[in-house]
Design a binder for this molecule. Structure first.
Ligand SMILES: [Zn+2]
Length: 81
């Protein structure tokens, strides 16, 4: 399988960001890279910083949430310059 796009570090604290997947119940789970996990179906996902808990909005696809996270990381870095 192809590796997902590299995630940028958190734009706020530089911490490690991770993908969280949701099954529609409002609970988040660690992403294992598949649509099905623990017998559940992924309905949406978001990216959250493990250090400061900054997170994106929920997106339907990993591609969408990756783009959103990386775009924000770019924006924040530009504003900080
Ligand atoms: Zn952070």
């Amino acid at each position: 399988m192809m590796k997902e796009t590299e995630m940028k570090p958190c734009p706020f604290c530089g911490g490690k960001a991770t993908v969280k997947v949701c099954d529609g119940s409002g609970s988040f789970y660690t992403d294992i890279g598949t649509e099905m996990f623990l017998g559940r179906k992924m309905t949406h996902c978001l990216i959250r910083c493990e250090r400061c808990r900054a997170k994106t909005q929920a997106y339907l696809t990993r591609r969408g949430v990756f783009n959103a996270w990386n775009r924000r990381a770019d924006n924040e870095q530009r504003e900080a310059d």
